[in-house]
Design a protein around this ligand. Structure first.
Ligand code: G6P
Ligand code: MG
Length: 211
């Protein structure tokens, strides 16, 4: 296996915006009297906004129209963006930053592969908008993880074959997407004990040992 590039998920891998997603969904759900907890939240990792809402609405005791669903998604995204607006460069750990720079120095191409439509906003808040060689995100895909489209597009931007790339993911859906696309996978955080992850790591720095 020759690794020439690494595609990173954003939320829960590069920064802790996975927690902000939870808080925003939780506030939206509480407001509408829909039961939602951290266990259900685990199923939302890597999943698009619309698909996430469908999972949350499994616990709702009424049917929501398309207009109402749109309003709920808008409300959640507004709450989420309020949390994002407080982010700064301090929201990327030194470990993540140093590791990214070391991987770059080793000659690896680095990309983001995230289902989020807020990817560029987040990258700009944390000072990494111009760092990556490619950004594949929720604004250019039609199918979200576990479909591999976002990673296939990232590899395309890097001009690398899927089999020459690592995908780093905290979501089981993201690992499934990596496997489906023929990528090598690294599970971290919530995906660090997922059996389908080819490599499992407990800290970001361990990526260095795998390349
Ligand atoms: C990421 C997160 C998901 C989120 C999705 C869409 O994949 O892990 O929890 O639902 O992005 O994010 P967005 O910012 O477009 O609502
Ligand atoms: Mg994630």
């Amino acid at each position: 296996m020759e690794i020439k590039g690494i595609i990173f998920d954003l939320d829960g891998v590069i920064c802790s915006t996975d927690e902000y997603h939870y808080q925003a969904w939780k506030k939206m759900a509480d407001h509408d009297g829909i039961y939602f907890d951290r266990k259900i939240n685990e199923r939302l990792r890597g999943v698009s906004r619309a698909a996430s809402l469908e999972i949350i609405l499994e616990k709702a005791d009424k049917q929501y129209s398309d207009e109402e669903k749109l309003a709920l998604m808008t409300k959640k995204n507004d709450l989420y963006k309020e949390l994002l607006s407080a982010m700064t460069e301090a929201d990327v750990s030194k470990e993540v930053l140093d590791t990214l720079k070391e991987l770059r120095a080793k000659g690896l191409k680095l990309a983001i592969g995230s289902s989020s439509q807020n990817t560029k906003l987040i990258l700009s808040r944390i000072g990494l908008l111009d760092f990556f060689d490619g950004i594949s995100d929720g604004t250019i895909i039609s199918q979200s993880k576990p479909n591999p489209e976002v990673f296939i597009k990232a590899a395309g931007i890097l001009q690398l074959k899927n089999e020459n790339c690592f995908v780093v993911e905290d979501a089981e859906a993201g690992i499934d997407a990596a496997v489906a696309g023929g990528f090598h996978s690294i599970g971290i955080g919530s995906a660090s004990s997922y059996e389908k992850a080819e490599h499992k790591i407990n800290s970001f720095r361990e990526i260095i040992n795998l390349v």
